[in-house]
Write a protein that binds this ligand. Structure first.
Ligand code: PHE
Length: 467
């Protein structure tokens, strides 16, 4: 397969001449891996693994990635490449070609809104890592007690001013790259940042192999004890598999829309999913040996990398260097993810006639503004629960609401609709042609889109509501 259905019409309906593509297949892989590897891998995966008991949770999570996440990723990349438009434009286009109407375009809207909301709070959380780089460089962890380190984190989140500075800085990093466009911005950035990320992570693991409690960490991550796997843990694993692969948020659809027509979607998606998984596990191998080696708690929750890990950095030889390395790594991983969240909106605004840079700036400023409500919900509005009267939302701050809405409602809903569209609404001929994979693999994909993914997503969805 050398062209896609939309290649023939691209430029006609989008107006502005040729749309960019990645310069090579590798560029797509780096960008998509950059999107998927983020706070989800380095901050969230280790702490939820800690909370849900280790090995069995990890195994279940790997199953979710392979059986549902990966096939859904192929679907998204396929829908994007077939249409060569922003997620909103792409779902409209696919809807029109398959049904004659544009009703399924709403799926693109849900995805874009999801990415927008996630970007708004992701920037605040990623912003936490910036002052920690400063603390690490300045030796603030050296010899510090748990209380002192908890205080660093506590005083950060309780200060609207400080949070605003770091949130603003992180959003500037994101918009600055995105405004330069797909090739000159995103592609150029990931070409540097992804190898740097890999090197930093390997250095951290290397240190641990030499000095940390590696055996204990390996046992914790890889020895399944199924008595520790709760229903809640399974739901968390499933939800996280979507988040970590950047699914149902238009990120993969947007990046897929720049994929050259002759690249194999299956191979590229498998590569990205493997990279994401390897990096999540490697992050576990970088973090838990330090945690165990210093007699700290693996189940510390969201504070694990900000409150627990720095204690260890403060005690270990070379802690200033490795602490700095770790927080720079966190910023880089988050940065390449936030670029992909902005992409769906920047691309859509471009289709609406704005220049690329204006589109990126407009979307970035809007996400920054919404992000400010997350900043305040961590301190001065921490008692403000605007949806207290709604059963599922009681006691939730704005930040909690954004997180809950995206992870527990919009992402499963978007993923479900995409699977149903690709599996049931699209003609087999169209999906087979757009995916361009071997017959047996196509059959497996089809069964997953038709039955496995919808059923699994419905289960988490319902269980989330029931819980
Ligand atoms: N996959 C990213 C992470 O693991 C988060 C993300 C979600 C990125 C949705 C893009 C879109 O942190």
């Amino acid at each position: 397969m050398s062209t896609t259905a939309a290649d023939a019409v691209s430029g006609v309906t989008t107006g502005a001449g040729a749309r960019p593509t990645w310069s090579t297949r590798l560029a797509f892989i780096l960008a998509a891996a950059g999107s998927s590897v983020g706070l989800g891998n380095i901050w969230k995966f280790p702490y939820i693994t800690g909370e849900y008991g280790g090995g069995a949770f990890v195994l279940f999570y790997l199953g979710c990635i392979a059986a549902i996440g990966l096939p859904v990723m192929m679907t998204e990349v396929m829908l994007g490449r077939r249409a060569r438009r922003s997620p909103i434009g792409a779902m409209r286009y696919n809807s029109e070609t398959e049904t004659g109407g544009h009703r399924w375009g709403v799926v693109g809207i849900i995805a874009t809104v999801t990415a927008f909301i996630i970007l708004s709070f992701y920037s605040v959380v990623a912003g936490w890592a910036l002052p920690f780089v400063v603390h690490a460089v300045g030796g603030a962890f050296t010899g510090a007690s748990a209380e002192e380190i908890g205080g660093l984190f506590g005083s950060l989140v309780s200060s609207p001013g400080e949070l605003t500075i770091w949130h603003t800085l992180f959003m500037l990093l994101t918009v600055g790259v995105s405004a330069a466009g797909v090739r000159a911005g995103v592609e150029r950035a990931v070409r540097w940042l992804m190898p740097a990320l890999a090197v930093m992570l390997l250095m951290l693991v290397g240190y641990n192999v030499a000095n940390g409690a590696m055996g204990e960490a390996v046992a914790f991550l890889f020895q399944p004890d199924f008595s520790k796997l709760s229903a809640e843990g399974m739901l968390a694993a499933m939800g996280h598999s979507f988040f970590t692969l950047s699914l149902a948020s238009g990120a993969m659809m947007a990046y897929g829309s720049y994929l050259p027509g002759n690249a194999s979607i299956a191979r590229a998606s498998v590569t990205v999913a493997i990279m994401d998984t390897v990096i999540a596990l490697t992050a576990g191998l970088a973090i838990f040996p330090i945690v165990f080696g210093n007699g700290l708690e693996p189940g510390a929750g969201p504070g694990l990398v900000f409150q627990t890990l720095p204690i260890a950095f403060g005690k270990m030889p070379g802690g200033v260097f490795f602490g700095t390395l770790f927080f720079v790594l966190l910023v880089v991983a988050a940065w390449t993810s936030s670029l992909s969240m902005l992409e769906s909106q920047a691309a859509w605004l471009e289709e609406k006639g704005l220049s690329r840079s204006t589109g990126a700036i407009v979307a970035g400023v809007a996400a920054w503004l919404v992000g400010m409500t997350t900043v305040f919900s961590l301190n001065i509005w921490s008692d403000f629960a605007p949806l207290d009267a709604v059963p599922m939302f009681e006691g939730k701050t704005l930040f909690d609401i954004y997180d809950f809405l995206t992870a527990n409602i919009f992402m499963p809903l978007g993923g479900l609709l995409m699977a149903v569209f690709a599996g049931w609404v699209m003609s087999r001929k169209a999906s087979a042609e757009a995916l361009g994979m071997p017959e047996w693999l196509y059959r497996v994909w089809l069964v997953i889109m038709r039955f496995v993914a919808p059923a699994a997503i419905l289960v988490i969805f319902v269980a989330n509501f029931a819980g």
